[in-house]
Design a protein around this ligand. Sequence first.
Ligand SMILES: Cc1cc2nc3c(=O)[nH]c(=O)nc-3n(C[C@H](O)[C@H](O)[C@H](O)COP(=O)(O)OP(=O)(O)OC[C@H]3O[C@@H](n4cnc5c(N)ncnc54)[C@H](O)[C@@H]3O)c2cc1C
Length: 439
Amino acid sequence: MKTDHINVIGAGLAGCEAAYQLAKRGIKVHLYEMKPEKKSPAHSYDGFAELVCSNSLRARNIENAVGLLKEEMRLLDSLIMKAADATEVPAGGALAVNRYEFSDYITEAIKNDPNITVIYKEITDLSELEGITIVATGPLTSDGLFKDISSRISEGYLHFFDAAAPIVTGESIDFSKVYMGSRYDKGDDDYINCPMTRRQFDTFYRALVTAECAEVKDFEKHGVFEGCMPVEVMAKRGYETLLYGPCKPVGLEFEDGTRPFAVVQLRKEDDEGRTYNIVGFQTHLKFPEQKRVFRLIPGLENAEFTRLGVMHRNTYINSPKLLDRFYRLKENDEVYFAGQITGVEGYVESTASGLYAAISAYQQFNGKEPEVLGNESAIGALAAYVSGSRSFNFQPQNINFSIMAEPEKNYHSKKEKREQIVAHALKAVNDYIEHTEVI
Ligand SMILES: Cc1cc2nc3c(=O)[nH]c(=O)nc-3n(C[C@H](O)[C@H](O)[C@H](O)COP(=O)(O)OP(=O)(O)OC[C@H]3O[C@@H](n4cnc5c(N)ncnc54)[C@H](O)[C@@H]3O)c2cc1C
């Protein structure tokens, strides 16, 4: 239905960015936010775009994928990036902010925008809103709206928590130490097998059971760990537990018929084998500990992680089944999703999805089909990943170079490859701006 405004639900990172991008293009926005009356278990500040945990927006350098993503957003005049640059605090190579000044900056900008009407209300039924709506209610979407969304989409397409194993790039695996093959030869060479001797397993086991775990928030204690056991918890049950679980060597004999003491399997995340997940290694270890411990697995000594394991409460939809390239529901083109609820992971990624969803919604509002921003760019690659991932088990993802378009093979080093990716990305965003006149 044609209305004189677009609705945005949630004044978090994605929602504020979306509202700002729409308002600056002359669109009236109704922005719904349940705070301060009702707060999720992780939110405590009354201002908008609250950073619920770390105050870092991660790497600054544009030769790092998240640095590039931020730069692309600056080109597109992102409110969140303006706030971050204005309120930054010293943090070496990272862009960290004073979280209260950051939130206040954004709250002021949104409240003072004549095109934005803020409505303090929890939305529990999407049908109470008319016209185009962007749902940006985050990983801790209120229960009422969670129920309403689950009643509108197919069963099993709305997740309540995230239990993910780490993912590594194919190019960082040492193939001289691993072998291909499926258990009992069922299937093709679908898995990479990392064999361990008893001594290697002992070293790995000791490191795993003594590694430091991340803090479990009170609201995560029930529900998150019940369905799926972290690999370190399994290991602590006894020395042999992993040998009957995710390190089981049976059916994975070498060509000469001998059997390794233990085997860790890696499974393709994409058709080309650019990334692999470590099968059964969902974990709650601290991030630096994951890198230290999992690099003890033969073949992964120099592993480059595109995502580390997490086990936390996280509401997200099965976007590859539900959304199109513009974060829009395939079955109802008046409903967009943005932010962590789409299966992007992280502050910066959530913001980027809000930005792109809003520009697409603006184009639709004006009777045009939204323009594709290609996956040469980090913003476009995230949208393509979320809507097109062919992984059998869709998991939220940070931005990383392996989901972006590969450059032509005329590079001689990893550094040169990165430089090419960055140049192509910035060109794609500039072309998009010029072509669609989005600024
Ligand atoms: C505990 C926790 C810690 C995290 N730590 C980090 C971290 O350190 N670094 C990082 O990069 N990422 C982190 N994330 C992941 C993610 O980047 C953040 O959650 C990020 O804030 C997501 O942005 P968003 O805009 O999608 O949602 P949010 O920023 O959470 O915004 C959603 C907004 O919607 C409102 N809302 C919810 N339901 C309704 C409703 N029914 N009606 C109206 N309003 C509603 C909420 O009050 C909130 O203001 C963390 C996530 C969690 C849960």
